[in-house]
Ligand binder design. Structure first.
Ligand SMILES: C[S@@+](CC[C@H](N)C(=O)[O-])C[C@H]1O[C@@H](n2cnc3c(N)ncnc32)[C@H](O)[C@@H]1O
Length: 210
């Protein structure tokens, strides 16, 4: 195999990867087309904790003891399981995921985490009473939700007044949402102007329900 063949092969693989990402991103604007639960393994373990900076993301979200917290789209619990420890004593965390497979996987991984519960449901219509949470957060999820406006209106509804919405986006995610898009969506839902922590292509946006 010569250098030319290797370069052509690499270019073809890159083009296929880019095509899949592009297609998936745009399909998600019209249809519910989430990260499939058979890929949950890719969101578990030390390597993803390193590249997606799990601990630093939780620092940026800023949880504290006693908080009642909702993660929308927790997948297998990369963030939600360690979040449960951060709200002790007295706090509890809840995950809401649209896929049964993710819910089941999270339940298995969090069997011994007594202050964590998980519900099956859609961000666009949440099964929680108004004002139920101190903090609602989403990480690498917003772009997977076809109707993002109603989902953020639901985040607003289930937060208490003064509660915090936190959105983490990373450019490595095919569904990455820019700072401008996040600002437009959260302010339209009634939240304050977001404070951004991190870089342009890997950030957490924190805002408040007035
Ligand atoms: C890329 S994974 C991210 C998982 C986790 N937040 C993390 O950062 O490791 C996206 C998750 O969001 C969930 N999801 C996508 N659309 C959703 C919706 N409309 N309502 C609730 N969960 C959703 C998917 O099922 C999946 O578990």
């Amino acid at each position: 195999m010569n250098l030319f063949t290797i370069l052509v092969g690499a270019a073809v693989l890159l083009a296929v990867y880019a095509g899949i990402n592009f297609g998936w991103r745009y399909a998600s604007r019209k249809f519910l087309f989430p990260c499939p639960s058979w890929l949950s393994w890719s969101l578990e373990g030390g390597f993803v904790d390193w590249w997606a900076a799990t601990s630093r993301t939780l620092d940026r979200i800023g949880l504290k003891a006693g908080d009642r917290v909702l993660e929308v789209g927790p997948g297998p619990g990369r963030l939600l399981i360690p979040a449960a420890a951060r709200v002790l004593p007295g706090g509890e965390v809840v995950g809401l995921d649209v896929q049964q497979g993710m819910v089941e996987r999270l339940k298995v991984r969090a069997t011994n985490v007594l202050n964590l519960s998980v519900r099956l449901g859609n961000a666009q219509e949440m099964p929680f009473a108004a004002g139920s949470f101190d903090v609602v957060y989403l990480a690498m999820v917003l772009g997977e939700i076809p109707q993002r406006e109603p989902a953020l209106t639901e985040c607003f509804r289930v937060l208490r007044s003064g509660g915090r919405l936190s959105i983490t986006e990373m450019a490595a995610d095919p569904h990455f949402q820019s700072r401008a898009t996040v600002t437009r969506l959260v302010t339209a839902a009634g939240f304050t102007q977001p404070e951004f922590i991190g870089r342009r292509f890997s950030f957490t946006a924190n805002c408040t329900k007035p």
